[in-house]
Design a protein around this ligand. Structure first.
Ligand code: ARG
Ligand code: ZN
Length: 889
C-alpha cells in the first residue's frame, strides 16, 4: 500500500510517558510496556491503533483492568477506551525472539550481544506503539539479563539504578531526560568494554564520552573517540549547540544494515565506522569514521531535539546533518586546499550516485510525495542532494546568516516534530533581506521537484562594445509522475579568466565599479543573460565555481579553454572539473567512434596537461590524485543515451593504460617523492601523499603489464610486505590485483593469512577481488568462489556487500556480461537475501536501475532478470517497490 504525504493527519492519541521493562533472552525476550496516553483533542474521537510486527501478544490492560481489543492486520485496535481528555494507563505485555531476527530491524542479537535498530519503523518490532516520529514521549527503561553473558546493560539517557537479581541476573534502569520519538529508542546488552573520556564543555558542564566495543577491539577506538571530542567542540563553536546529556555513548556492532544510528545518547554504529588503527584501517576508513561519528553526533540537535513530523520530511534531518558533517570535516582541515579536496570528493559522490538516481526509475524529490516502504527512501537524493539544498541556502544567506537561521530554527522548534518548510521558513525569516527570503516559494521547488536541472551557458564576445554576454538557460527533464518542471532558483558562482589564465575583474553593465574574484548570481528565470563589460578580449568563463548548485552544466568549452582552466583556475573545483571534462570528451569520442576501439584514446595535449599537474610544484598530492583519476565508468555512462558497458570499460581501461605508459617516468618520480611519510597520521597532507603513491604504483604495474618488465611489480610486492600501515599495504596489494599481475595471488593469500581474524580487513580482501577489472569474464567465477569461501557469510551485511555489491554495483565492466550471467547472479542474490533481510536485498535490487539505457543484448537480458525477481509471489515490500518501479513504463 502506498503512503502519501498529502494524507498526513495528526495522531489521534499522544503518548506522554513510556516505562519499558525487558527480560532479555535471545530465544524469548519478554517486554512489558506501560504507557500513559491521552486523546488528541484536535482530531475526531476514534479508536487507538497501535503498530506491531512479529510480536507475540500476551496481555493488554487499560488502567489496570482487562479490556477488549482486536487485531487488524499488524495493528492492535482498542475501541472502548476512556472518553474525554484525561490521561489513562495502557499496559502491554509481549514477547519476541531476537535471535531469529535476521532483518536486523527491532531487537536482534549480533555475536551474542543484543542491539536495536528502530529507524524508521523498527520499534513496532519491540512492542505495540504509535510508531511515528510525531509522537514524542519520556522513556524509563529497565533491562534485566544474565550478568555473566550480558554484563553491560545500556539504554538512552542517564543510568539511575543498577543491581543484582536472583539466579545470576542483574538489572539497570535508565531514564532519558529528553522526550523523543520511538525511532530514537535503543538498548544494548552484552559483553563490551569502553574507552572513556571526560570532557568539560564551554559552559563548564562535565560530560562522560564512551565508545563501547568487543573486548578485543579496544586498540581500535582512539580515532572514534577523538572524532567524537572534535564533534562536540565543533557544534558548540560553529552553531552554539552544546551536548545536552551527562553521558554520550557510541556502541559498535558488526551486524548492521546501514552506517550508524543516532539514538538519543546511545549511538549504534556499524563497526566499519568506529574501529580503526593504522594497521587495519585505511585513510579512507579514518576519514569516514570522522564524518560518520560527526554525522550521528550532530543529529543530537538536527534530528533529535528537533525531529521530523513524518517520514516524508526525512531530509529535514538528513540533508541538514549531511551538510553539517561535510562542513565539520572541512573545518577540521588546516589548509584551504584540503577543504577543496573534500568538496570535490563530496561532489563526485553526488554526481556518480545521485544524478543517476534522479534520472532513473526511483527518482524522487528531496521531500518525496509517496512511498511503499520508507526504507527505500534513505537515498542519496534525500541525503546528499538534500545537503546541497541546505548548502545553497547557506550560499544565499551567507555563513553568518545561516548560523542565525539555525538559531531561529531552534528558538521556534526545539522539542517539536516539524517539516522541511519549517526549516526553510526559519532560515528565510532570520535573513529577511536575503535572496532566500525574496525567493522562498520558488526556492522550495528544490524540495518538491525531482530530477537534475541542466544549466546551459552560452557566451558571446562583442569586440566593438568590449562586452561578453553570458546567457544561462535552465531546464529539467521529466521524472516519474512529474512531466513538467518549473524553473529552480540556481546560485551560479562565476569568475572570468583571460587567455593566460589570469583572473579578470568582473563588471556588469550597470555596476559602477568592477569587482575582483568570484561572484554569485542567482538564476530564477528559465533564461537570463549577464553582460560583462570592459573586456579587451573574449574571456574564459569559470562557471559554477565550487559546484554552487547541484546541476549539470553544459558549456561548449574549447579544448584550449579547458586547458587554461586546468592550468590556472583559482577555483580548485573548476580546475579539477576542467580535467574531468577533457577526459570525458576523449572517452566519449572513443566510445562513439565507428568500428574498432582506438588503442590510444588520449591526445598529446591531454597527456602533457596531466604531466604538468602531476609535476606541479605547488599543488597538493591529494588534489593531483583527484585530477589524474579518470571519470568513473558510471559517470561516463550517464553522459550517453545508449550504454555499451563493455565498450565504456574497454575505453576507460585503454585511457588508463595510456596514461600509465606515457607518464611512466613521472609516476616513478611521484612514487619516489611521496613514498616516505614518517609515523602514520591520517591528516589530509599525508593522506594525499599516500593516495598519490598508491596511484603511482597502480600505474607503474599497469605499464609493466604492457612492457613485461618485472621491476615495478617486484617493488610493489616488496612495499606490500614492508608497509607500516594498512593504506600503503592495501594500495600495493590493489596495484597488483588491478594490473592482473601473477604476483597478486600470492599477495592475496598472504594478506588473508595476516588478517584472517580481522573482519573489516577481510571485507576489503573480498571487495578487492569482487571489484577487480574483468579480464575475459574471470570476475564472476571468482565471485562465486568467494561466496563459498569459509569466511563468507551472506547473513552479515558488511560481508555480503563486500562481495555482491562490489561486483554488481561497483564493477560494471565485469557485471554486464553479454551472456547475462551477471544478471542471473544478481537476481539469485536479490531473491536469496530478500528471504531474510529485505533492506539489504532492496539496496541490491537497485543495481539494475539504469537498465533502460543499456544497449542490446544487455537491455533485454537485464529486463528479464528484473522481471524474474518481480514474478516471485513471496517478495518483501522493499524489493517489490524497487522492481515494480524499475519495470514501469
Ligand atoms: N538515521 C541514520 C543516519 O542517517 C540512518 C538510519 C537508516 N535506517 C534505516 N533503516 N533505513 O545516520
Ligand atoms: Zn543521518
Amino acid at each position: 500500500t502506498v503512503v502519501r504525504r498529502e494524507d498526513y493527519t495528526a495522531p489521534a492519541y499522544w503518548i506522554d510517558t513510556v516505562e519499558l521493562s525487558f527480560d532479555l533472552d535471545p530465544a524469548k525476550t519478554r517486554v512489558l510496556n506501560k504507557m500513559r496516553l491521552r486523546r488528541n483533542a484536535d482530531v475526531p474521537a476514534q479508536a487507538l491503533r497501535l503498530d506491531g510486527e512479529d510480536l507475540n501478544l500476551a496481555r493488554v490492560l487499560v488502567n489496570g483492568a482487562g479490556c477488549s481489543f482486536r487485531m487488524d492486520g499488524n495493528q492492535l485496535v482498542l475501541e472502548s477506551l476512556p472518553e474525554g481528555s484525561e490521561p489513562f494507563e495502557l499496559e502491554i505485555f509481549t514477547t519476541c525472539a531476537p535471535e531469529k531476527n535476521t532483518q536486523l530491524m527491532g531487537l536482534y542479537v549480533s555475536q551474542g550481544t543484543f542491539f536495536t535498530q528502530c529507524e524508521a519503523e523498527g520499534f513496532r518490532r519491540i512492542t505495540y506503539f504509535l510508531d511515528r516520529p510525531d509522537v514524542m514521549a519520556s522513556y524509563t527503561v529497565t533491562l534485566r539479563a544474565d550478568k555473566k553473558k550480558y554484563p553491560v546493560l545500556l539504554s538512552n539517557g542517564n543510568l539511575v539504578e543498577e543491581g543484582e537479581l536472583a539466579d545470576g541476573r542483574h538489572f539497570a534502569k535508565w531514564v532519558d531526560p529528553h522526550k523523543k520519538p520511538c525511532y530514537l529508542f535503543a538498548l544494548v546488552a552484552g559483553e563490551l568494554v569502553a574507552r572513556e573520556q571526560r570532557i568539560v564543555s564551554r559552559s563548564g558542564t562535565e560530560h562522560l564520552l564512551q565508545v563501547f566495543v568487543r573486548p578485543g577491539d579496544m586498540d581500535k577506538t582512539e580515532h572514534a573517540m577523538n572524532s567524537l571530542i572534535a564533534s562536540v567542540a565543533w557544534d558548540e563553536a560553529r552553531f552554539g549547540l552544546p551536548l545536552d546529556l551527562e553521558r554520550f555513548m557510541i556502541v559498535a556492532t558488526s551486524d548492521f544494515n546501514m552506517g550508524a544510528m543516532e539514538n538519543k545518547g546511545l549511538n549504534i554504529f556499524n563497526t566499519k565506522y568506529v574501529l580503526a588503527n593504522s594497521a587495519t584501517a585505511t585513510d579512507t576508513d579514518f576519514a569516514n569514521i570522522e564524518s560518520v561519528v560527526g554525522h550521528e553526533y550532530f543529529h543530537n540537535w538536527t534530528g533529535n531535539r528537533v525531529t521530523c513530523r513524518d517520514w516524508f520530511q526525512l531530509s529535514l534531518k538528513e540533508g541538514l546533518t549531511v551538510f553539517r558533517d561535510q562542513e565539520f570535516s572541512m573545518d577540521l582541515c588546516a589548509e584551504p586546499s584540503a577543504r577543496a579536496v573534500k568538496r570535490i570528493e563530496d561532489v563526485r559522490v553526488l554526481r556518480t550516485a545521485q544524478f543517476p538516481e534522479d534520472a532513473g526509475p526511483m527518482a524522487h524529490p528531496v521531500r518525496p510525495d509517496s512511498y511503499v516502504e520508507i526504507n527505500n527512501f534513505y537515498t542519496v537524493t534525500v541525503y546528499e542532494k538534500g545537503a546541497e539544498v541546505v548548502r545553497m541556502m547557506q550560499t544565499l544567506v551567507g555563513r553568518e546568516g545561516f548560523a542565525a537561521g539555525m538559531k531561529q530554527y531552534f528558538a521556534r522548534h526545539d522539542g517539536q516534530a516539524v517539516t522541511c518548510d519549517d526549516f526553510a521558513q526559519s532560515m528565510a525569516d532570520a535573513n529577511p533581506a536575503s535572496d532566500l527570503a525574496r525567493l522562498l516559494p520558488q526556492f522550495k521547488r528544490w524540495y518538491s521537484q525531482a530530477g537534475t536541472p541542466r544549466l546551459k551557458a552560452q557566451g558571446v564576445y562583442d569586440s566593438s562594445t568590449r562586452s561578453y554576454a553570458l546567457t544561462l538557460t535552465q531546464s529539467c527533464a521529466p521524472t516519474p509522475g512529474q512531466s513538467v518542471k518549473e524553473p529552480f532558483v540556481i546560485p551560479v558562482a562565476i569568475g572570468l579568466l583571460d587567455a593566460q589564465g589570469g583572473e579578470l575583474p568582473l563588471q556588469l553593465a550597470h555596476w559602477n565599479q568592477p569587482e575582483a574574484g568570484t561572484r554569485s548570481f542567482v538564476l530564477t528565470q528559465e533564461s537570463e543573460t549577464l553582460t560583462f563589460v570592459n573586456l579587451d578580449a573574449e574571456p574564459v568563463p569559470s562557471i559554477l565555481r565550487g559546484f554552487s548548485a547541484p546541476v549539470v552544466l553544459d558549456f561548449d568549452y574549447s579544448d584550449a579553454h579547458l586547458l587554461t582552466l586546468l592550468a590556472h583556475d583559482v577555483d580548485p573545483f573548476n580546475r579539477w572539473e576542467a580535467g574531468q571534462r577533457l577526459a570525458l570528451r576523449l572517452a566519449l569520442k572513443a566510445i562513439q567512434s565507428e568500428g574498432a576501439l582506438p588503442a590510444e584514446p588520449l591526445d598529446m595535449a591531454f597527456i602533457e596537461a596531466m604531466r604538468a599537474v602531476l609535476r606541479h610544484p605547488a599543488l597538493d598530492a591529494a588534489f593531483k590524485e583527484l585530477v589524474l583519476t579518470l571519470p568513473s565508468e558510471t559517470y561516463i555512462s550517464e553522459q550517453l543515451d545508449v550504454v555499451d558497458p563493455q565498450r565504456v570499460h574497454a575505453v576507460r581501461e585503454a585511457m588508463r593504460e595510456q596514461l600509465a605508459q606515457a607518464l611512466h617516468d613521472d609516476w616513478v618520480w611521484a612514487f619516489e617523492a611521496h613514498r616516505d611519510n614518517g609515523a602514520y597520521r591520517p591528516d589530509p597532507l599525508s593522506t594525499g601523499r599516500r593516495a598519490l603513491t598508491g596511484m603511482a604504483l597502480t600505474m607503474l604495474c599497469l605499464a609493466a603489464r604492457a612492457s613485461g618488465s618485472p621491476v615495478w611489480p617486484g617493488k610493489t610486492l616488496q612495499r606490500f610486505k614492508d608497509a607500516g600501515n594498512m593504506t600503503d599495504r592495501f594500495n600495493a596489494l590493489s596495484a597488483l590485483v588491478v594490473s592482473g599481475h601473477p604476483l597478486a595471488s600470492d599477495a592475496l593469500a598472504r594478506f588473508h593469512q595476516l588478517f584472517r581474524n580481522e573482519a573489516l580487513v577481510l571485507d576489503k580482501w573480498f571487495a578487492l577481488q569482487a571489484g577487480a577489472p574483468d579480464r575475459g569474464g574471470d570476475v564472476l567465477p571468482a565471485v562465486r568462489r568467494l561466496m563459498s569461501h569459509a569466511d563468507f557469510n551472506l547473513k552479515n551485511p558488511n560481508r555480503a556487500r563486500s562481495v555482491i555489491f562490489s561486483y554488481c554495483s561497483a564493477n560494471p565492466g565485469a557485471f554486464h556480461r553479454a551472456d547475462a550471467a551477471g544478471y542471473q547472479f544478481w537476481s539469485d542474490c536479490v531473491i536469496e537475501l530478500d528471504a531474510f533481510n529485505p533492506q539489504v536485498a532492496a539496496r541490491l535490487a537497485r543495481a539494475l536501475d539504469r537498465w533502460k539505457k543499456l544497449a542490446e543484448p544487455y537491455r533485454a537480458t537485464a529486463r528479464e532478470a528484473i522481471a524474474r525477481v518481480a514474478a516471485r509471489t513471496q517478495l518483501s515490500n522493499d524489493v517489490r517497490e524497487v522492481v515494480t518501479r524499475s519495470l514501469a513504463e
